[in-house]
Every structure is written in C-alpha cells, then in structure tokens.
Design a protein around this ligand. Structure first.
Ligand code: TXA
Ligand code: MG
Length: 342
C-alpha cells in the first residue's frame, strides 16, 4: 500500500481534513500528530480497524490502547462512571498530555482495552489532532506510531520511516512539542495510581486531587516484570539498536568511563558538556536542570543514534525530579535497566 503524506498546517484546511476523516471512517489507519508523540489512529469503536493497529506495529496483544477525544462530552460514551477526581483532572489538564484510566462502557470494543474492564482516555491539545477527531466524528484509538519496541516518533518523518507501506496515511503537523508520551493515571484504584510519568508531573496531579501513588514499576525493573499494573510497563520500550547504558556519577568519572570504551561508543550528555568528549560521537539533550528540554529531544536523539549506527550509548543520569521522572523512566527502558554508578 502507498502511504499518503498530508501536510496540514492549520485546523482550517478543510479539504485535507475531510480526506483524512474519510480514511478513518472507512476503517483505515492514519499517523497523526499530537503534542506528545505521533499516534497511529483508527476508529476506536471499530474492532476490526483497531486490530489493524496491532498488526502494523507488531504490538503485543495484551497491551491496550489510549482512546483520544476532542471534547469532554465525548467522554460520556466511553465510560458509565466519571469519578469526581477525574473531572477535576480533566478541568486542570485537558486538553493536554494526561491520560486517565477509567471504568469502560459497553461501547468500547475489547480490542481497544485487551479485554480489561477499564479504558484509557486522553484529550490532546494539538490543534490538528483535535481537528482530525472532530472531522472524523469518532473517538480515535491511537498508540504511539512507532514499530513496537522502537522509540516513539516525534516527527512525521519518523512515522513514515516505521510505517511506510503499512498504513493509509500520515499527517504532518510538525515536530511534537513535548516529545515523550502522556502521563497515565488510573482512577480505578483508591488512591489513584500514576502508571506512567509524563509532562504532567506527580506533584501537579497531587495538587489537584490529593494523594496519588506512584506505581513501583515506574523506576524499577523488578516490579515492571513481576506485576505490571499497566501492561505497557513490562515491555522493554524505546530501544534503539545501540546498547544504552545510564551512568550515575560526576562528569569527569563519566568521561573517563566513556573514553575507555573507545570506537563505536557515543555519549548523550547535558548541554555544554560536549567538549569533554573529543573525537567521540556526542549528543546533548538539554541543560542538566531542564528535563522538559531533555524530554523534547530524547526520542529523536535515540533515532539519530540508530541512523549513525551507534553501537553503545553512554547516557548521563538526568535525576528524577518533576519531568525528570518521565525522562528517566524512558531512559531506563531504552537501557533495559542497565545503570552503572561511577
Ligand atoms: O502521549 C501518548 O499517550 C501517545 C499519544 C499518541 O497520545 N500514546 C501512547 O500510546 O503513548 P501507547 O500505546 O504507546 O501507550 C499507552 C499506555 C501503555 O503503557 C498501555 O499499557 C497503557 O497506556 N494503557 C492503555 N490502556 C490501559 C488500561 N486500560 N489500563 C492500564 N493501562 C493502560
Ligand atoms: Mg508506545
């Protein structure tokens, strides 16, 4: 199949939006921009269309999808019961990079939720995403638009790279602002539990609804493997081809370690540290105290490392405060939990 690329720069581009909507309404798959990462979208109410997402990505059959909506009214069809805390979170963070897991209604096919009794819902803030959902007149099931196990795509070119020939279309809506996937919280537990950290931080959630527990698998391998509360947590995600190793310690100890490894090795450091690695392939992903910048650049750097055939990538430890928790969560999975202290 020839994958058509649409360049939609404004939510007023009605002709192109209607074409994309028609593809979705007839059960096709479209790569769409969101403010977090690109999604691989299909009609969430059509089990057959949703199954095609799993096939195109090579996604494990037990990893449920997020349903995307464009306004709060659309939430009522997906769940029979909206807890008061969910409404408070929706008012505080929607549209935006927050996904809420709620008890699902009959309308949501088991193909979306992998037969779980709950459904994950998000209202993206990206103007084009919102316009596509509106034009289709449907809730859209969309995981990140990468091949399963690869870093999430933050540009249309990344989606084309992974999905060309497998899906009907990709909509180019520019580079994703956030760069990592949404925060996922479940309201099916009391207190609610943070399942995946993202740009909406644990502290921000707690400010709105009080106690929120963080799932232990967020920063630890053992819990991720033994008892995942969110099926997606148990897979080694975001893996580039390179072996990724996170190194905790001072810059000079880090530099000594990376240099010993020599050819084929590359480093991912903070802005301004590049000069400590002469002759090596060096990426920097933001200032040490700027996890938002690190999140924005992380996945595109991991993809760039693959293009450059990097074999080993030493990464500076980013800390876990605020958005740093989300950056470290993704890095740990890219590194298959390999962390060295020097
Ligand atoms: O930012 C995002 O969330 C992007 C964009 C496209 O919206 N989407 C995304 O989808 O990251 P995906 O499939 O890559 O991640 C969805 C995560 C997985 O970890 C999955 O296990 C979890 O949400 N999830 C989905 N439904 C769930 C449910 N009912 N209960 C618990 N976890 C669920
Ligand atoms: Mg994903």
């Amino acid at each position: 199949m020839e994958t058509k690329l649409y360049n939609i720069s404004s939510a007023d581009d009605e002709r192109q939006l209607l074409e994309v909507a028609a593809i979705l309404r007839s059960g096709g798959l479209v790569g769409i921009p969101t403010e977090t990462v690109y999604g691989l979208a299909a009609n969430a109410l059509d089990g057959r269309a949703v199954r095609k997402i799993f096939a195109a990505k090579g996604r494990p059959q037990d990893n449920p999808l997020i349903v995307h909506i464009s306004c709060l009214e659309e939430l009522y069809a997906l769940t029979d019961e909206i807890p008061e805390k969910a409404l408070r979170l929706a008012y505080a963070f929607w549209p935006g990079p927050l996904t809420m897991v709620l008890k699902k209604s009959q309308a949501v096919p088991d193909d979306v939720t992998c037969s779980l009794p709950s459904v994950a819902v998000r209202m993206p803030s990206h103007k084009i995403a919102n316009a596509i959902i509106k034009a289709a007149g449907l809730p859209l099931a969309a995981p990140s638009a990468n091949l399963s196990g690869k870093p999430s795509p933050t540009s249309a070119a990344h989606v084309m790279h992974d999905m060309y020939g497998k899906i009907e279309a990709v909509v180019d809506g520019g580079e994703c602002e956030v760069g990592i996937e949404s925060t996922v919280i479940t309201l099916c537990t009391e207190p609610p539990t943070l399942l995946r950290p993202g740009a909406v931080t644990l502290r921000q959630l707690q400010e709105v609804i009080g106690t929120v527990e963080a799932d232990p698998s967020i920063l630890s391998e053992q819990n991720a493997v033994i008892k995942p509360s969110s099926p997606g947590m148990k897979y080694t995600h975001y893996s580039p081809d390179a072996e990724v190793i996170i190194v905790k310690g001072s810059l000079s100890a880090f530099a000594d370690l990376a240099k010993v490894d020599g050819s084929g090795a590359a480093v991912l450091c903070f802005d301004g540290e590049e000069k400590y690695f002469p002759g090596m392939t060096v990426f920097s992903f933001g200032a040490e105290d700027d996890p938002t910048a690190q999140a924005h650049r992380l996945f595109s750097i991991l993809r760039r490392a693959d293009e450059l055939k990097v074999k080993k990538l030493f990464v500076r430890y980013p800390g876990t405060d605020g958005v740093g928790m989300a950056v470290y969560n993704r890095l740990l999975r890219a590194a298959a939990f390999r962390v060295i202290e020097v």
